[in-house]
Design a protein around this ligand. Structure first.
Ligand code: RAT
Ligand code: ZN
Length: 417
């Protein structure tokens, strides 16, 4: 049998990946109903915390001086430092250029005023439509924090729902800072005290259930430090075992664990000050094995954890791994991780999420990732085509839809009893 024409196969795969509408499974974006919580436009784009960190090591300025500046002054400083005084080829800098280019702005001009002007002439609703079209997004999952006072006010109002913005119930304060969060819960009318009595645990379950009913999240999520262990005698482990997992099971929603951050290694950098650590995969193995009726979405921050995480996913159908998170969201690492995951898991993975904090960023995050994932996928189809296996365009389309949201949705629907 003749083998399929590999050049044609490759371009068909890359075309299909370029054209698929995406479900972005983890972002920090908000729909326009959340008002100023939705960040967008040139100054926000340039003041991304990835770029703050890069700027503050390139100049010798006290951190407090940076934080005291207006947003526009901060953006001017970052632009001057990273784009004019140095060439902007780091991934986060390149991202800004990709966004400007894809929006049709003249990158060669370096004319910051004209970039700012562009955003003055568009409403937020128009801009959301434009960005979704340019990035070819179908939906994004927000990060919704019931402990955030600004966000709570929004949820107390009747908000116009936009079906493109899905919700996720983020519960970091509950699991990471119980010594503060129990007082907040008490203030909201839940009968909790600092000790995890039976009554307190039941009230925490009621709190989670109330928010699930209120916001209808696709999952519950937490970002955990690199030293996360489970099980142990900690308050965190008890809250997970006795509150989060039973409630997640009852509502059949996954619990998303994002593991590997080392918080505030440099507090002066504030939002840009978090670091990274290698975590122990045993916690993930234990959760998947001992809670077979719960579903787990997991992403890990350390490159060193990626292989064991992919192997663990082979062992458990209740584990779905996703994304190249944060410091891994760089072309060389996306390529390496995606290749390895495809080899170990086939289609059983969601290779990427954007983590966008500024609306515009989905344009570059997805344009860069689509290109890499398309290339890796094309390599994989070519490998099997060389045996004589023939892959049809419809099969490629089916697979690609799975990788960019369909597989994730199937996992959400999975019933484990
Ligand atoms: O990627 C980021 O912007 C980080 O600051 C975090 O938001 C991280 O993604 C998280 O969700 O905790
Ligand atoms: Zn995030």
């Amino acid at each position: 049998m003749p083998v399929q024409d590999l050049t044609q196969l490759r371009s068909m795969v890359e075309r299909t990946v370029a054209a698929v509408p995406i479900m972005d499974v983890h972002t920090h974006l908000f729909s326009p109903s959340f008002g100023e919580m939705l960040l967008w436009g040139f100054d926000e784009l340039v003041c991304y915390h990835y770029l703050i960190a890069e700027t503050m090591r390139a100049i010798n300025m006290p951190y407090e001086q940076y934080w005291a500046m207006s947003r526009k002054e901060q953006a001017d400083l970052i632009w001057q430092t990273l784009f004019i005084d140095n060439s902007p080829y780091s991934e986060a800098c390149r991202g800004v250029l990709t966004v400007l280019d894809k929006l049709g702005l003249d990158v060669a001009s370096r004319d910051v005023n004209s970039y700012r002007e562009y955003f003055k002439n568009v409403t937020v609703e128009e801009y959301v439509d434009r960005v979704f079209a340019v990035a070819n997004l179908e939906s994004v999952v927000m990060t919704n924090d019931p402990f955030d006072p600004t966000e709570r006010i929004v949820w107390q109002q009747e908000i116009a729902s936009d079906p493109r913005f899905l919700t996720a119930l983020r519960i970091d304060p509950l699991l990471i800072a119980w010594e503060r969060s129990y007082e907040q819960l008490a203030g909201w009318g839940y009968g909790v005290d600092r000790n995890l009595t039976a009554e307190t645990l039941s009230e925490v379950r009621r709190f989670l259930s109330d928010w699930i009913k209120k916001i209808n999240p696709v999952y519950m999520a937490v970002s955990l430090s690199a030293d996360f262990v489970f099980p142990d005698e900690s308050v965190q482990a008890k809250l997970i075992a006795e509150c989060v997992l039973p409630v997640a099971r009852e509502f059949n929603i996954p619990f998303a664990l994002m593991i590997g951050v080392k918080r505030q290694v440099n507090p002066g950098l504030r939002v840009a000050g978090d670091g990274i650590g290698k975590a122990d995969i045993k916690a993930v193995e234990y959760l998947c094995a001992h809670y077979p009726h719960n579903k787990f979405l997991v992403t890990m921050l350390a490159r060193e954890n990626q292989h064991e995480l992919a192997v663990t996913a082979r062992k458990f159908r209740n584990l779905h791994i996703f994304g190249c998170w944060w410091f891994l969201n760089n072309p060389s690492l996306i390529e390496e991780m995606t290749r390895m995951r495809f080899e170990l898991l086939g289609l059983g993975v969601t290779p990427q999420h954007s983590d966008a904090r500024v609306l515009d960023q989905v344009i570059y995050k997805w344009s860069h990732s689509r290109e890499i994932i398309g290339r890796v996928l094309a390599d994989k189809y070519c490998d099997i085509a060389r045996t004589g296996w023939q892959v049809t365009e419809a099969e490629v389309r089916r697979d690609v839809q799975k990788l960019f949201g369909g597989g994730f949705r199937e996992f959400l629907q999975l019933e484990l009893g």
